[in-house]
Design a protein around this ligand. Structure first.
Ligand SMILES: Cc1ncc(COP(=O)(O)O)c(C=O)c1O
Length: 502
């Protein structure tokens, strides 16, 4: 039995001893997971959940080859990287072989936040500048230096949140952003905005150290930047004396299928100056890495300060990292990401044809987003509906999250062993839930789409039917603040009707 305490006791102890800002998924009805395997998680009662959330368990939960590598090395030795060890250099060699040649020097650290914080230090030391350009809605980590450059977080602090050295460029979102799919060259237009930001900053005497962006924005709403955008941005940033940091913490290690790294979607002519990695790198083991060019590494070393990290690059972490790379290769997971990802995106695009609530479907490999809207013309975010779907999916034993500035983007980032059957199962459930929602809100009649494209809410009345009950639930969710990381409105959910289809 994997449980030490009953679920109620676990919850109670958590309330007592864990900081209140550490949230749980599905706050009104949290899940206790006691084991996991592949793309499935199991609760204390043995109920099996399909995991569409955990991009950290990249090659699958509890992968035996990864576990074996960890145990084998732990039995032998674990110590810091001031001792010579072959795992460290072998892993650095293997990892840099996946990257363009220029990116040849590694710093091993322990979390995505540590990686991005170190990337900022490298950039500042190399350029002698301070300022950072970040994308709107970006999240780069939880340490002070990164909250400062994460509008996803600092916007919640009001006007005081943004520091003087931080400059926010528009998110290159061609569905919801400033320049959309009907623009002739959205990539150029978004890059021109970065150029203008630099010009204004320089006029004010500021100096740009770095532009930082996820290769595809995750928390920002599963945004896939238009091709050519990064090249143009890098050109202007370099002219200003800054460097380009690609944050691959969420999206790296083959998730995009065709390429190993997300930034490679922009084309072979684009090479960032610094790449940060995390989450999937250790399949759940806390490790991460910063890779950069020789000149940047030399400049960092020239300061004379030693860089020492107690746990970064230890032999166990490196053994695990090597095993993850082996499994990606051996199980052809990049190809799986392409095949299953294309299939999933295709199924979801069919849903777009069928359901007015689906505004946009975008995906590359197993990085897929569905933008839910109340009104297609106005692209009004359907936040409450997205939250309702998440909770209903949970009832059906599927774990999915929603994210983006309005938390209305259904966000798929499952383990890379996700199968076509899994994809079909989850999309079928979403199809049913969307149909229910559309019927409940007047977007659809039982016989087909409503002629009224405006979003109609049913006002719940006494003796409400099941569909009215659903409307009520949506109204309730809409009224609440919805600002939780990981895409859940922690405090705002009610599950009024378990099953409303007959
Ligand atoms: C894009 C991105 N960068 C950095 C981080 C920070 O990583 P960690 O939580 O491992 O510190 C995250 C975490 O969610 C992330 O999504």
């Amino acid at each position: 039995m994997a449980e030490l305490y009953s679920k109620a006791e676990t919850l109670e102890l958590r309330r007592k001893h864990i900081g209140p800002s550490c949230k749980v998924f599905f706050a009104k009805d949290p899940i206790k997971i006691v084991r996991a395997h592949g793309q499935y998680m199991f609760d204390e009662n043995g109920e099996k959940y399909l995991d569409c959330i955990n991009n950290v368990a990249h090659v699958g939960h509890s992968h035996p080859q990864v576990i074996k590598a960890a145990v084998k090395q732990m039995e032998l030795l674990n110590t810091n990287s001031r001792f010579l060890h072959d795992n460290l250099v072998q892993y650095a060699q293997r990892l840099t072989a996946t990257l363009p040649e220029e990116l040849s020097v590694c710093y091993f650290v322990n979390s995505g936040s540590e990686a991005n914080d170190l990337a900022l230090r490298l950039a500042r030391q190399y350029t002698g500048h301070q300022d950072v350009i970040t994308l709107d809605h970006a999240y780069h980590g939880h340490v002070t230096s990164l909250i400062d450059i994460s509008p996803y977080k600092f916007n919640q602090l009001g006007k005081e949140g943004k520091k003087e050295y931080v400059h926010v460029a528009p998110s290159p979102d061609i569905y919801r952003g400033k320049y959309r799919e009907d623009h002739l060259h959205p990539g150029n237009a978004y890059a021109d905005d970065v150029k203008k930001i630099i010009e204004v900053a320089q006029k004010n005497g500021r100096k740009i150290a770095a532009f930082i962006a996820e290769s595809m924005q995750s928390c920002g709403g599963q945004v896939i930047p238009p091709a050519g955008y990064f090249q143009k941005v890098a050109e202007t940033v370099h002219k200003a004396g800054g460097v380009f940091i690609a944050d691959e913490v969420q999206v790296g290690f083959g998730r995009v299928g065709k390429h190993f790294w997300g930034f490679q979607l922009q084309g072979e002519d684009f090479v960032p100056d610094i790449v940060t990695m995390g989450k999937p790198i250790g399949n759940g083991h806390p490790m991460s890495c910063v890779v950069t060019t020789r000149p940047i590494a030399e400049a960092f070393g020239a300061s004379g300060l030693e860089y020492f990290n107690t746990f970064g690059g230890n032999p166990v972490s490196c053994a695990i990292g090597l095993a993850v790379l082996d499994v990606i290769e051996k199980e052809d997971l990049q190809r799986n990401a392409t095949h299953v990802g294309n299939y999933l995106t295709g199924l979801l695009k069919e849903q777009k044809e069928k359901h007015p609530l689906v505004g946009d479907v975008r995906g590359v490999g197993l990085f897929v987003g569905v933008d839910l809207v109340k009104d297609r013309q106005k692209r009004t975010p359907a936040t409450a509906e997205a939250q309702h779907i998440l909770y209903q999916l949970k009832e059906r034993k599927i774990l999915l999250s929603a994210d983006g500035p309005y938390r209305n983007i259904l966000k798929f980032k499952p383990p890379m062993c996700f199968s076509k059957e899994d994809a079909k199962f989850v999309v079928d459930q979403i199809d049913e839930l969307l149909t229910d929602l559309e019927e409940a809100t007047g977007l659809r009649t039982r016989n087909g789409l409503s002629t009224n494209v405006q979003y109609k809410r049913k006002v719940p009345t006494e003796g409400s039917s099941q569909l009215d009950c659903l409307s009520e639930s949506i109204n309730h969710i809409s009224g609440s603040a919805c600002r939780q990381e990981n895409g859940f409105c922690a405090e705002s959910h009610t599950v009024p009707c378990k099953r409303i289809r007959t």
